[in-house]
Design a protein around this ligand. Sequence first.
Ligand code: HEM
Length: 493
Amino acid sequence: MTAHAVDIRDNTEPIDQNDLEYNALLSNLQGNILKGHGRDHTANIFVQFHPEQLDKAKDWIHDFAEKVTTAKVQLKENERFKRNRISGGIFKGLYVTAKGYDYFGTLDEKRPADASFRGGMENAELKDPKKEEWEPTFRELEIHIMILLGDDDKTKLSVEAAKIIEELRPLTLPTPPPNSDPPFYSPHIRIEYGNTIRNANGDGLEHFGYVDGVSQPLFFKDEFEKFKETATPSTGANLAWNPFAPLRLVLVDDPTTEVKHAFGSYFVFRKLEQDVRAFKKNEQDIATALDLENEDRELAGALVVGRFEDGTPVTLTNTDGLIGSGEANNFNYDNDRAGLRCPFHAHIRKSNPRGTGGAESLEDEKKHIMARRGIPFGLREVTPLIDSQPEQFPSGGGVGLLFQSFQANLKDQFEFIQQAWVNNPKFPFSNPAGNSGIDPIIGQGGTAADRDYNWPTKYGEPGEPTEASFAQFVKMKGGEYFFAPSIEGLKAL
Ligand code: HEM
């Protein structure tokens, strides 16, 4: 094979964003796929077009394609921000569902082929609540596209969202009779807002209070170098965890266009509601069952998540202060094969066993990883990390995570993690006890016994584990699979 025959996505090293070889790829690729857009506030606008407006809907998409924030532009904005602290403009992305491709009448061979994508999330075997129980947006709408907007300025974001909704409204309704007033409202446009919450350190949190978004596949040289610079103190030159991933992990050919190096990515959206007060209460119960006192009570939650609230991996150490250094993600479970520091059931161990799953090699396990791009929804005051009482947190609905991820293959990545790992009480297979239960945070289905967990009675020490249950405090409220087409792919719709 000549060098030219090698697929550009099979890079064996992190790519240099200024390398001209990747110019066409990055200019034609939507932003947010290879690197998070980083804006603090987002709007996800879900749209069902009206059959009478097909031509106008296509024209609108073709115009919008010119405004989408490409990977190239996003990276340039990142550089400018690092140099001069000048924020980029409003981030814009556009994703299409299988029903969207139906609506646009795209030829079968020109549509993204992934079978899960074509079936839609409602038909995926994820043990989710039935569609009838989903929120109206996901139950009632035949979603064709989703527009993602992001900005650090909430007002600017709302103004842009309102402008776009104004443009889209007539495209979602029948053509009005001549001389009639345009309607003010369309039931076929819905919106979900995301709001970043941060701890005193400035790190992004999810609503249970834990730093999120620490562990990500890294595609670019600069982020990988930064990771390496800060990641080696405890392990010397060798990385305990190598977060590098080739572009193939998330990029597939965009079949809608013939243009070379036009790639897209499959995108998962799930609205996950979190009952924070009940979660915190159960955390306290675990702390009590383990006889933990004062600040040590924080260990209970760390044994659920796999990280302390500040992001410190529970397997690495129980002293804090690692977050912000690459060290927070430079670890594996080789020193913890018996699950005495990080229990087998912990969320981050269930969703990334880092080579200790027991069924596949580390290399094969890494093929299931996704690029996670979620953001919390709903507002709350950030409560103190230590000594906070469960009553201080909101109970029931209203807050949660807009889980979002990019991958090249839904079945082998998002669905695999959810089915074969998270929802599987026997995983990891390396667990000598054979059964670790389902993921306490996002495990779906399962029996009561699948939520009875073994907790290390003394952190890091062998001995009879303490048994205690942890209930389900995350509820799936709806979602869908999308494809993030290339810019040329959007223009070809
Ligand atoms: C409300 C729901 C969720 C909460 C509260 C949550 C919370 C967290 C937290 C606190 C972390 C640690 C930060 C990090 O390592 O980046 C994490 C990591 C992770 N989560 Fe979630 N998560 C949720 C949903 C999901 C879902 C639906 C999936 C996939 C099916 C998922 C997969 C992962 C993965 C793969 C990691 C990184 C593990 C690693 O590489 O070590 N999470 N999550």
